[in-house]
Design a protein around this ligand. Structure first.
Ligand SMILES: Nc1ncnc2c1ncn2[C@@H]1O[C@H](COP(=O)(O)OP(=O)(O)OP(=O)(O)O)[C@@H](O)[C@H]1O
Length: 595
């Protein structure tokens, strides 16, 4: 698998800041980074050389007739380049060369910017994928602690801000390289004036560092507030219907407006720091140019042409340095988004779910709980030394008071949770020795409230998975007794279901959920209160479907209703950590057999 910018050596895990972030980017995309850097460096050199040509032209023009002073480095280079090309270094040739070099610089900059732009897109998508993979591959316990809003924020906002940080890092590097090249030229003209100006610039830019720190803090606040805000919004939107029905939208408004106000304040601080930096840079850096000017003209008594060249070079250095600092400020604002995303990925990776063993089973015999105990972290005991058998090819139903742990038993069967003591055995193979993914591929799972996406019926059954064809979808719909009503719809299996399946009845939605669970041809079908949200008629219809399925695969269900209990081959009652002995049922009358 390709390295993501979030992949770091363990020793680097605690390092924070812009530099470790840049290092991580470069490590993840070494080829692109080096190519971009090389193109930027060449572009800078071309620019510097082109400008040298223009300035040589200037000195050539101003020196006409005057005794020649010692030519400066740019002049010597310009003359050398012209001579190498077999040309006389006159004004026309120098101008032509300057234009050619500046055009070349433009082409190289385009190349570098293209590399950087592609890398920005890669960083955003790679970080998103790394987070989703890590979260989906984490233990169920970890999953339960995540907020949907927080994750959406990480995927959408933080990944985008982190990749934008790379763009600003690249801009900063390009500007710094250009500043260095021009500083080199300035030093070659007069090292004293160049050095004095460089020192003055360094001091002045350091003075402005507090504005960068303030931007970083504002960025950190923004990252924290966005996470909180998105978590609140997604939570409140999920409960929108109930909130509207109880006329409590006002409370959402108050809650969100408080958070948005804080976010606005953080963004305002960012804007103030950004604008203050721009505003202060100009006069301070003008002082640096003035220092160079004063030194070269008054103290060093350099000729006017050389002073002009020097001035021009220093102005370029100043312009590039201030742009580099502004780019760094943008990096500082976005840095926290990158680290927040990396923290989320690291936390999920640390909770990576073990794959289990290598073995596979057909589920031909049974699932056995052998002296199993389980308690949620700091929670009540759900199972205490419980032993029971779920026979293959039968319908086993769990009943019991709310909160007794019925769903938890299903999670133990799926391997989402592990027993704290005892073991679960499938066809005589302990669950821990099974290839967990392979085992789960044998399971069809129908939750209490199935989430349908606003797509076609076919999409909702196959969930867009490749390899599931129309025949598979129709077969699953038929097995779920859904084909008749689907075929009666205007567009058949291509009929859109509406937001959350709003264009279907509750019973139809659950039938689609059963079809979704059956489309993989599972050997175990799990129904977690799959009919409890339905009215009695819809329940009866879905339970009829379950009856049709009986015998063709193992069915494990949690139910509160007597209808499903009546259809069961075996009923277990879970209460107080204990599972009662099965109530045997007459296969013909389906009534309990006593004694
Ligand atoms: N991830 C968790 N962490 C801590 N406690 C949990 C967790 N999940 C469930 N519980 C607790 O475990 C107990 C059993 O929950 P479970 O959902 O398995 O019960 P249930 O019998 O299916 O309930 P219901 O019939 O109401 O759906 C409850 O007290 C619940 O609060």
């Amino acid at each position: 698998m390709k390295a993501s910018p979030a992949d770091r050596a363990p020793a680097d895990r605690n390092k924070r800041g812009a530099l470790p972030m840049i290092t991580a980017f470069v490590r993840a995309y070494p080829g692109r980074s080096v190519a971009a850097l090389f193109a930027v460096l060449l572009a800078g050199l071309m620019d510097g050389l082109g400008m040298s040509m223009l300035l040589s032209m200037l000195t050539l023009a101003t020196r006409e007739g005057a005794p020649s002073a010692e030519p400066s480095l740019p002049e010597r280079v310009a003359a050398q380049v012209a001579q190498t090309l077999g040309m006389e270094p006159n004004a026309g040739v120098l101008l032509g060369l300057a234009l050619a070099l500046i055009t070349l610089k433009g082409a190289l900059s385009l190349l570098a910017n293209r590399q950087v732009g592609y890398t920005v897109a890669h960083i955003a998508t790679d970080l998103r994928l790394a987070l989703i993979r890590a979260v989906m591959g984490a233990r169920w316990r970890h999953h339960l602690r995540q907020s949907v809003g927080g994750l959406s924020n990480a995927v959408a906002t933080e990944a985008q801000r982190a990749s934008d940080a790379f763009q600003h890092c690249a801009d900063m590097t390009a500007m710094l390289l250009n500043a260095l090249i021009y500083m080199g030229i300035a030093l070659s003209i007069s090292w004293q004036a160049g050095l004095a100006a460089a020192l003055a610039g360094a001091v002045l830019l350091t003075l402005l560092q507090s504005l960068i720190r303030s931007s970083r803090r504002a960025g950190q606040n923004q990252t924290k507030l966005m996470k909180g805000l998105l978590t609140s919004i997604s939570g409140q939107l999920a409960a929108a219907k109930a909130l509207k029905a109880m006329a409590r939208e006002g409370h959402v408004d108050a809650l969100l407006s408080d958070q948005t106000k804080k976010l606005r304040r953080a963004i305002r601080r960012q804007v103030v720091s950004r604008e203050a930096l721009s505003a202060l840079q100009e006069p301070l850096l003008a002082m640096m140019v003035a220092a160079g000017f004063f030194l070269s003209l008054v103290v060093l008594k350099m000729p006017m042409a050389a002073v002009m060249v020097m001035l021009f070079m220093l102005a370029r250095v100043v312009s590039y340095l201030s742009k580099a600092q502004r780019a760094y400020q943008q990096v500082a604002v976005r840095e926290s988004a990158y680290w927040s995303l990396v923290d989320s990925i690291d936390a999920a990776v640390a909770q990576r779910e073990p794959r289990g063993g290598e073995r596979t089973v057909p589920l031909a015999d049974s699932i056995r709980f052998e002296a199993v105990s389980f308690a949620h972290e700091e929670g009540q005991t759900i199972l205490a030394d419980a032993s029971f058998t779920i026979p293959a090819q039968q319908l086993t139903v769990f009943v019991g008071p709310s909160g007794a742990g019925k769903t938890t038993v299903l999670d133990l069967v799926v391997g989402l949770l592990q027993p704290t003591a005892g073991r679960i055995v499938v066809d005589d193979v302990p669950l821990g020795e099974l290839d967990l993914r392979q085992w789960r591929r044998q399971i069809g799972y129908v939750p209490q409230e199935s989430i349908l996406v606003n797509e076609s019926i076919a999409y909702n059954v196959a969930l867009g998975e490749e390899g599931i064809g129309e025949d598979d979808i129709r077969a699953a719909l038929a097995a779920a007794d859904a084909l008749d009503f689907v075929d009666a719809m205007p567009e058949g299996i291509e009929t859109p279901v509406g937001e959350g399946g709003s264009r279907l009845s509750g019973g139809q939605r659950q039938r689609l959920a059963i079809a979704r669970a059956l489309v993989h041809r599972p050997s175990l079908l799990i129904l977690d209160e799959a009919t409890s949200s339905l009215d009695r008629d819809a329940q009866a219809a879905v339970i009829e479907t379950v009856r049709h399925l009986k015998g063709s695969l193992t069915i494990l269900a949690v139910a509160h209703q007597d209808l499903l209990v009546q259809a069961a081959d075996r009923v277990y009652r879970l209460a107080g950590g204990q599972v009662s002995t099965p109530v045997r049922r007459d296969p013909v009358t389906e009534q309990p057999v006593h004694g």
